[in-house]
Design a protein around this ligand. Structure first.
Ligand code: DAH
Length: 347
């Protein structure tokens, strides 16, 4: 039994050594390293005890194994307990160090706004889109033919005057109206046709309500049996959605070379309800767009049988609608990108 009593003493010494070593360890990392060194199967104080098994007489081997297991369990429990204690303290310290003051007011993020013109354009596209119209994108540079001649605007018509039109060459110009797109559509497509065409147009014109560049939305429907009634019905829906359910429309006779008959469309003043105010200049009505039944000459010129088909067309000034809708009295405000103006319009 000499070996076992020797071992017993050795184990007591190991225990007290471990106890005193542990007193100097202050972190979970320290415990981890220390545990590794103690339990190392070659050199560890406890880990290497099993190596001795060979020297132990046979009948004592079981007792020896039990004692080694005991000290191993004792040490493991100690290490686990200390490890848990250190980890808890370390986590607490980390949370305290990372603490944030959630009562601080947050930074205000400024949100962006779509330009009023874009907002109105999108609204118009949505309204006509819901009635089955598709969008056609025309060209900003056009020929004299598409912008004028094919729309029954003869050579000597005043709107061809150099004062109004930006000519790039005798043949090419910056389109003065999105109506030019009508001709491209009718040339390339047979009825039924139902398109809207938004885009920039250009005219040599400049005052509080006119700008050399502005935006229009063209509308064109060509099919069998299309009449002015279809136009009025469609525009009624449109103005109610844009200006409010109370809004009524009125058609006044007018003249455009490419429509016959032609009308000017007024809406009841959405500010005073029709009683008369500054916005409607006391008349109770506001002019919003030009329209009409497509002139047979235009249909024929595009290769469409005018005995079989008829069409309606309209041209809406997008800037004008935006100005009316949002109470903007100078068109220049739409081009200055002044955030004080833009931030007010989020429709
Ligand atoms: N193009 C015209 C303009 O710029 C607006 C217009 C009027 C378009 C009547 C049309 C229409 O399609 O039928 O003043």
């Amino acid at each position: 039994m000499a070996e076992l009593s020797e071992l017993s003493e050795k184990l007591s010494a190991i225990k007290s050594q471990i106890e005193s070593d542990l007193a100097g360890i202050t972190s979970s990392k320290g415990i981890f390293e220390y545990r590794k060194s103690v339990m190392d199967s070659k050199e560890g104080k406890i880990g290497s005890l099993m190596k001795e098994m060979g020297k132990i007489p046979k009948e004592q081997k079981a007792e020896y194994g039990k004692m080694v297991n005991e000290i191993r369990n004792w040490a493991t429990e100690k290490f686990d307990a200390l490890d848990a204690e250190f980890k808890a303290a370390e986590q607490k310290a980390r949370y305290e160090a990372e603490a944030i003051d959630v009562t601080l007011p947050s930074k205000k993020l400024k949100k962006g706004y779509l330009h009023p013109n874009t907002q109105v354009r999108n609204q118009i596209v949505d309204i006509f889109g819901s009635m089955g119209f598709s969008v056609y994108e025309g060209n900003e540079i056009e020929t004299d033919h598409y912008n004028f001649t094919a729309l029954n605007i003869p050579q000597d018509h005043p709107s061809r005057d150099m004062q109004d039109t930006f000519y790039l060459s005798p043949e090419f110009l910056l389109r003065t109206q999105t109506s030019a797109g009508q001709v491209h559509v009718m040339e390339s497509q047979q009825p039924p046709i139902k398109i809207i065409s938004p885009g920039k147009v250009f005219r040599s014109d400049d005052d509080a309500t006119h700008s050399p560049m502005f935006s229009q939305m063209e509308g064109l429907v060509v099919d069998e049996g299309i009449t002015l009634c279809d136009l009025q019905g469609m525009l009624d829906v449109f103005v109610k959605k844009i200006f409010g359910e109370e809004t009524r429309t009125r058609l006044r006779p007018s003249y455009f070379p490419f429509t016959e008959p032609s009308v000017e469309v007024d809406v009841s003043c959405f500010q005073c309800g029709g009683k008369g105010c500054k916005l409607c200049k006391g008349t109770g009505w506001i002019e919003v767009l030009g329209a009409g039944v497509v002139n047979k000459k235009v249909l024929e010129g595009c290769g469409i049988d005018s005995d079989k088909y008829s069409g309606l067309a309209f041209g809406i000034g997008i800037d004008r609608i935006a100005m009316l809708k949002y109470g903007i009295n100078n068109i220049k405000l739409l081009f200055e990108s002044d955030l004080r103006v833009l931030e007010q319009i989020d429709d």
